[in-house]
Write a new protein. Structure first.
Lengths: 284, 160, 769
């Protein structure tokens, strides 16, 4: 399980990185950020990039900022950055909740938010966050900058809108209003494993009823997405068992779950119902 | 395509000048090129944690980092835990509490626990178990590892 | 004042093994290197079953740094890997060749070996080896009718049959018959250190060396010497640190043979380290069986007979153990119960999967699950409590030793001692079973899915017949115990040192224990079947006892005292009343040097050899109790309480016994809820990473209450020891199944392990409909 040979490049600026990517991307050059997904696949030789462009030395990509109603997550911001209490408001609280579910501590110190977003594993928690919050992927290449909303960015199992010469320089998350309640629940055989399914919910109350509901499901389908059917059920309802059960039922009915050797579609569908309900019940 | 680079790795304060292919993992280079075989390799895909070392005082899987990425960083391995003849409180606690059987996963657990507790000496039990669930042990059933780390946390605070 | 030697047996002392291991100074297989060594990389079949028409190694050979690439043709003179216990004509055609020839029978089977100057280069080159294979249908289910293995041979090499009594009459006279179809999944030891082997041929001494040995170095030396046509004097095995054994590591595999042959033929040391993916498809699997079992009982729930047909999924070839796991399963299945009539047929079946062999508590983990499921079913059928049905069937202490006309591990089954009901009572009291039952009933009423499980079992340990040890006191007072035992991380050195220290009267830290070295002692049993502590410790006690006698005799002369008035305390011989002079053991060793004038007629050296022989294995026994809660929405199982009560006869180091039991429990939990080697219909392995093969982490492990008793010391050995190595794991599948089943209403729904959340959820949904 030794990786195949590659050439190693260490750009010190984004311009340099995208210039390298323009040249090497078409020759199966890949970006190396945290490496916590890429390096294992290289060890199995399922990925064998000929060039690795290591962006860890680019200072500006390590920035995590909140301002103007947007959280901007630079390409080299580690999972662990969300562990601490630096991000304000409901968005900060949500991300702190979510990050506890991502792999394990030493993985979180290396792995990056954007790496996870770009890798687009169906069970990625950050992809679920991107979907739920209508995050935007900021893609840079020598051709310019594209800003792709999550709903368009994700195209299938580990498939995204990212072109081979593009670098995901940042992910932008529109900030939730301070009084937004959020909940996140996932299920896996062991804690830290890729989840079989997950649910992320967010909503506000106005005059005692739910407004701006968001329900996103990850892990169950090829990529995470918001479930409009469940959100519609919640909208305008008082929070409580009746609304939550109905929304969970709607989410469960709306998904088209993947199957694998251990998980039937029916099982995943059931989990979606349970997890949606629990996410709603635990939202605070 | 066998590009090689000359790099200097600082392991437990000692500089090791080595010439390596970029594809060589930090774990392999620590062991084979620098001769520090206390860091073990259990899975080479970042799950078991036997190869955990501290890079700039953060616990990382050294099988998921290339050695060329560690140039200029401070690397700490199990060989660097003791001060002269004085064992680190974590090492003593592992012995006292029978927290190892075959000992293969032990260096990874020691570095994981030391790295975590140096950063956050006041980890509660739940957080501790969460952190220790990062690594696999096939012998002990974890009970004594958890006990040892708990005891060492108190010792580390007392000695700090 | 009477002087009192320190008592080491029964003391929870720190381990001698630990210091190098916590300081990074261990010497595992990967840490062994020799100058000028080559690195070997295996090329493995990616097909589960196929005709191997051609292998092309041209490109691989051309890679700079590659020294050789071998296929079966290059080692045509090597026989297949033989059985540990010697030739067996009937099973011989099903042995694995070192490299596949003509047919590949599992994904992962070695077909070529690359030798290169660097492991990365070896892996690059191995990728360039191409195979032309005509894929054949893969056999995945061992319980389907047997098919063709090779011309004239079926995939059922043998049926292991055991039994006694009149099974037909038993069923004819039964008040009730209970029938079950029960399956155990495929899992294995999966030690944290993968396998490794370093071959070296020392032409100067004409000695072939295998480093990275484990488990049974002496047995393996014999097998390898036979294979190469060499004298055992010219083959030596060296065990360093071993990163977990669990039955899997230390058998002879194709890679061990190859590094040795290559070391001889290529004239350079050859190192092979298994990678994790390889380990999951190349190292022995275990456990997978399907039992179609029936029990005949009388109206009071007493067993009259058990009739079992089971299918043992051996995988693609028969490896070093032969049919041992299936045989043991047959011999041990009745467990702690009286069983007047018994018939078992083990259909020993080959499939297109990684070959199987032993994994900690082989044959017992499986049959404990099967038998205890059956006992629960009998209780249900007759409306008895699960406790009562067991009480009515337990063998009582006054029936001991209890002979059964059965064989396990080639040994006639004679349960040596035990108070099974006594331990059951202690376990029930310890966990407050009655209170737990009431609580469970109340919680169920409130809608919770909670359940209690119980399993009883008999383990086996101390497989004989004979083991020896040498004890040698050096002139500085340090004691060396040279054994043919092996250390797989279980604390072997510490336990042997404690026994030696107790017998001799020294501090255990002054004892150095040698193991796993064929160049230090001619004979050795290694470490398997929970025998090291029983056999080697008793041999050590004999040898140390002889040294003690010799030391006292020498000291008596020097101190001018009668030997009967002397004792040894902390390495010094002194009068038992503490009066007068004393003399250190090191000084006595000095007086016993060959050239010493004080030695007199005594043989030189303060040393002795001791042997211990036993007629039968010894049988520890246990009770496991679990309380579980099911999340009915996800099917997830949470273990709220766990008790293991186990009688070890006599505990040498209680801390280590507890460590064995807890560690074993967690492995057992893996098999009960998480771990499984899965395959698709083409025989492709699906569990090749640690993200697919789920071993418990610190998160999944409940607190375990351990009750170790010493009520029934073994009658088979003077120290009274029974082994503890497999007692933790043995009944975990059984007890978790029992508890989950109870939580689901006690209807006998749980018929296979591992129990997955999906399966549990489906059962709950099924009941709701």
């Amino acid at each position: 399980m030794k990786p195949a040979s590659f050439s190693y490049h260490v750009p010190t600026s984004v311009d340099e990185a995208v210039a390298l990517l323009a040249e090497l991307g078409p020759q199966d050059g890949r970006i190396l950020a945290g490496g916590q997904s890429l390096v294992p696949t290289m060890a199995f030789r399922m990925a064998r990039p000929t060039h690795l462009i290591d962006i860890n030395g680019i200072a500006e990509l390590a920035r995590l900022t909140a301002g103007g109603g947007i959280v901007t997550v630079g390409a080299c911001v580690r999972h662990a950055a969300f562990d601490s209490g630096t991000l304000p408001g409901a968005t900060g609280a949500l991300l702190r909740k979510v990050v506890q579910n991502i792999a394990h501590y030493p993985i979180r110190t290396r792995g990056t938010f954007c790496g996870s977003v770009a890798n687009a594993d169906p069970a990625s928690e950050w992809c679920c966050v991107m979907a739920a919050l209508d995050g935007v992927a900021v893609l840079r290449s020598q051709r310019g900058t594209r800003r792709v909303p999550a709903a368009e960015f994700y195209q299938g199992v580990m498939a995204t809108a990212l072109d081979e010469d593009e670098l995901l320089v940042a992910a932008e998350l529109p900030m939730l209003a301070d009084d937004t309640r959020t909940g996140f629940v996932e299920f896996s055989r062991r804690k830290g494993d890729f989840a079989i399914a997950m649910a992320l919910v967010a909503y506000r109350l106005e005059g005692g009823v739910i407004v701006e509901p968001r329900v996103a499901i990850g892990g169950a389908e090829p990529h995470a997405r918001r479930i409009a059917e469940a959100e519609d059920v919640l909208s305008g309802q008082a929070p409580g068992a009746a609304a939550f059960v109905a929304a969970a039922e709607a989410a469960s009915a709306a998904v088209d779950p993947m199957e694998d050797i251990n998980n039937t579609a029916a099982y995943r569908r059931g989990l979606v119902r349970t997890l949606t309900q629990r996410a709603l019940e635990s939202a605070e | 395509m066998t590009e090689r680079r000359e790099i200097t790795l600082t392991i437990n304060g000692t500089a090791h000048k080595v010439t390596v292919e970029p594809r060589r993992t930090l774990a392999d280079v620590i062991r084979d090129d620098c001769g520090q075989t206390g860091t073990h390799i259990g899975c080479e895909h970042g799950v078991c944690g036997a190869c955990t070392v501290l890079v700039d005082n953060e616990p990382v899987r050294s099988c998921l980092m290339f050695a060329v990425q560690a140039e200029g960083r401070s690397i700490r391995t199990v060989e660097g835990l003791q001060q002269g003849e004085q064992l680190h409180p974590m090492q003593e606690a592992f012995m006292r509490h029978h927290a190892l059987q075959c000992g293969f996963c032990t260096p990874g657990f020691l570095m994981l626990a030391v790295g975590a507790l140096e950063k956050r000496p006041d980890l509660n039990d739940e957080e501790l178990v969460d952190i220790l669930s990062s690594n696999l042990c096939r012998c002990t059933g974890y009970e004594n590892i958890i006990k040892a780390v708990r005891a060492a946390a108190a010792d580390m605070k007392a000695r700090a | 004042m009477t002087v009192k030697p320190t008592s080491w047996i029964g003391a929870s002392v720190e381990r001698l093994e630990d210091k190098p291991l916590v300081t990074g100074r261990g010497r595992f297989a990967g840490d062994v290197s020799f100058p000028h060594q080559l690195h070997m990389r295996m090329v493995r079949s990616s097909y589960a079953h196929g005709r191997l028409k051609a292998i092309d190694v041209t490109e691989a050979r051309a890679v700079p740094g590659v020294v050789a690439v071998w296929t079966a043709d290059d080692i045509a003179d090597l026989p297949p890997i033989d059985f540990r216990e010697g030739p067996n004509e009937k099973l011989a055609p099903f042995r694995q060749s070192v490299l596949a020839k003509d047919v590949v029978r599992y994904a992962g089977e070695p077909v070529a070996a690359v030798f290169a100057t660097d492991p990365y280069v070896a892996e690059d080159a191995a990728e360039l080896v191409t195979m032309d294979v005509d894929e054949l249908d893969a056999v995945i289910d061992a319980s389907l009718p047997a098919s063709e293995f090779a011309a004239g041979l079926t995939t059922e090499p043998t049926i292991c049959r055991q039994g006694y009594g009149d099974i037909a009459a038993a069923f004819k006279g039964a008040a009730a018959i209970v029938e079950m179809d029960l399956s155990v999944g495929r899992h294995s030891g999966v030690p944290l250190e993968t396998r490794g082997a370093i071959g070296r041929y020392d032409a100067a001494r004409d000695v072939l060396e295998l480093h990275g040995a484990a488990k049974v170095p002496h047995k393996n030396r014999e097998s390898l010497a036979r294979m190469f046509g060499r004298s055992t004097a010219g083959v030596h095995l060296y065990e360093g640190h071993v990163g977990g054994g669990f039955g899997v590591r230390g058998e002879i595999y194709p890679e061990d043979v190859l590094v040795l042959v290559a070391a001889m033929r290529l004239g350079r040391p050859v190192k092979w380290l298994e990678d994790r993916r390889e380990h999951m498809i190349a190292a022995n699997h275990s456990r997978q069986q399907r039992h179609c079992i029936r029990a005949a009982v009388d109206a009071e729930g007493r067993l009259i007979g058990i009739d079992d047909d089971f299918f043992h999924d051996q995988g693609a070839y028969i490896r070093t153990h032969g049919t041992r796991v299936a045989d043991t399963a047959c011999g041990i299945l009745p467990g702690p119960y009286r069983l007047p009539h018994y018939r078992v047929n083990a259909h020993f079946r080959l499939t297109n999967k990684t070959p199987a062999a032993t994994y900690r508590s082989p044959g017992r983990y499986e049959t404990n699950f099967v038998r205890e499921r059956l006992m629960d079913a009998i209780a249900r059928k007759l409306g008895l409590s699960r406790i009562e049905v067991r009480r009515r069937n337990l063998i009582s202490p006054d029936e001991m030793p209890y002979e059964r006309p059965l064989v396990a591990l080639g040994d006639e089954v004679v349960l040596d001692s035990g108070d099974y009901e006594g331990l059951l009572n202690k376990a029930l009291e310890r966990c407050q079973w009655d209170r737990l039952e009431r609580e469970v009933a109340e919680r169920r009423k409130a809608g919770e899915y909670v359940g209690l499980g119980l399993a009883m079992y008999v383990e086996k340990s101390g497989l004989g017949p004979t083991d020896g040890a040498r004890v040698n006191v050096h002139t500085n007072g340090e004691v060396e115990v040279i054994t043919g035992g092996a250390s797989v991380g279980q604390g072997f050195e510490t336990v042997i040192a404690q026994v030696c220290a107790e017998t001799l009267g020294v501090d255990y830290k002054r004892v150095r224990v040698i193991h796993g070295r064929t160049d230090r002692i001619e004979y050795g049993i290694g470490a398997h079947a929970t025998r090291a502590t029983v056999m080697t410790a008793n041999a050590t006690a004999v040898a140390a006892g002889k040294v003690r006698v010799k030391a006292l005799d020498m000291a008596a002369q020097l101190l001018q005292t009668d030997a009967g008035q002397l004792t040894i305390v902390n390495g010094s011989v002194m009068r038992t009343d503490g009066a007068g002079a004393s003399i250190d053991l090191g000084d006595l060793a000095h007086h016993l040097r060959p050239v010493s004038p004080t030695r007199g007629e005594r043989d030189p050296g303060l040393a002795a050899e001791g042997w211990f022989t036993t007629a039968h294995m010894t049988y520890p026994y246990g009770v496991q109790i679990a309380l579980v809660r099911i999340d009915p929405s996800t099917g997830g199982v949470d273990i709220e309480k766990m008790l293991i009560a186990f009688d070890v006869g006599r505990s040498i180091n209680p801390m280590l016994v507890r460590g064995q039991l807890v560690g074993g429990f967690v492995q057992g939990l893996g098999g009960a809820l998480f771990e499984e080697f899965q395959y698709d219909e083409r025989g492709q392995p699906l569990s090749v990473t640690f993200a697919d093969y789920l071993m418990p982490t610190a998160h999944e492990v409940p607190e375990v209450d351990i009750l170790v008793t010493e009520d029934a010391p073994s009658s088979c050995n003077p120290l009274g020891i029974k082994g503890a190595g497999e007692g933790g794991v043995a009944a975990v599948g059984a007890v978790i199944a029992s508890a989950v089943d109870d939580a689901l209403g006690g209807k006998g729904l749980i018929t296979q392990i591992p129990i997955t959340p999906q399966a549990v959820k489906a059962m709950i949904d099924g009941q709701r409909k």
